[in-house]
Unconditional design. Structure first.
Lengths: 159, 159
DNA sequence: GTAAGTGCAAAAGCTTTGCGGTGAA
DNA sequence: TTCACCGCAAAGCTTTTGCACTTAC
């Protein structure tokens, strides 16, 4: 009987193969650390977890692999905005449209979307909601144009 | 006739007074730089803008004042997650509940909220939406408890 | 065997902090 | 006059990069 962990491991091995990534012990343990933690961990937290099983691992390796996993779609980032403080002077409630490519942020007035409701039963126990933010993620006009140009150039280059 | 800029300035002066903040030229220019820019600027971008009017300003002053403005509610941050990469292994679409105090992130299954629609007319021209993310912001149970304890202690301290 | 991955250390952002001089109230 | 604020410089994080060694394929 293949237990869940074995199955998850096979899954991960397959995903590495699909992405052309070498299947190393370090990668396996890093990946498991993220999956096992229910906390949306930071690289530092992953480092602490992984070090319990691989004391010789370096933080640099965590970062390199996290980046590899993000690039290949094995993991995701919780937010597109990490790494830079972005400010807001529009103090009236509103929502955002964000370009995944250039990180441009556009405001949308609150009334443009229907108010979103969440049944209390879906919330963590005792959580007090103050606000609901909606974020539409996509690609802005100029980034679409840039991508088209780039892929066209790549095509011409390969012929 | 008081133009818009004069009025905005008076507004800002009043807000500083309300918050017990000194009204300095630097603060005025920093604030105006954020308001004038439609781009949800970073501190670095604000620095560039402000330097055109106050060449001697330092980046440290930008950071100090941005922090002051955030603490006093004169400005807001676009996201709570800036400053730390947070990872996600749950690749199925879902939404988040975030504690504004400890930054804990909880998953909510996508079906828990009705799908959010945005009329194309509300979008920036040419923007291609790929995804909609909903984030409920509030305070988790343990942070509520901690705050209650803290404010109780403060009360006892002041008597 | 070869290309990719690892560990280590240095460096590159971004942000905070401390201190002496300056300016707002 | 006093206290908060400014500019400067140093330090503290987080993240990236380069290089020699090792490992997966």
């Amino acid at each position: 009987m293949a237990d869940l962990r074995t199955q998850a491991l096979d899954d991960f091995r397959r995903r590495c193969k699909d992405q052309g990534l070498a299947f190393t012990f370090q990668r396996q343990v890093i990946y498991e650390a993220v999956v096992d933690s229910r906390e949306h961990p930071t690289p530092e937290l992953i480092y602490e977890q992984v070090r319990q099983r691989i004391p010789s691992i370096s933080l640099g390796t965590i970062y390199k692999n996290v980046k590899t996993f993000l690039d290949s779609g094995v993991l995701k980032e919780v937010t597109l905005h990490h790494g830079s403080l972005r400010l807001e002077s529009n103090m009236t409630p509103h929502h955002h449209v964000v370009c995944a490519s250039c990180k441009a942020i556009f405001d949308i007035k609150e009334t443009a979307v229907e108010s979103v409701r969440l049944p209390t039963s879906e919330l963590p126990a005792g959580f007090a909601i103050q606000q609901c933010r909606v974020e539409f993620v996509g690609v802005c006009k100029s980034c679409q144009t840039a991508r088209r140009k780039k892929s066209k150039a790549a095509k011409e280059c390969s012929t």
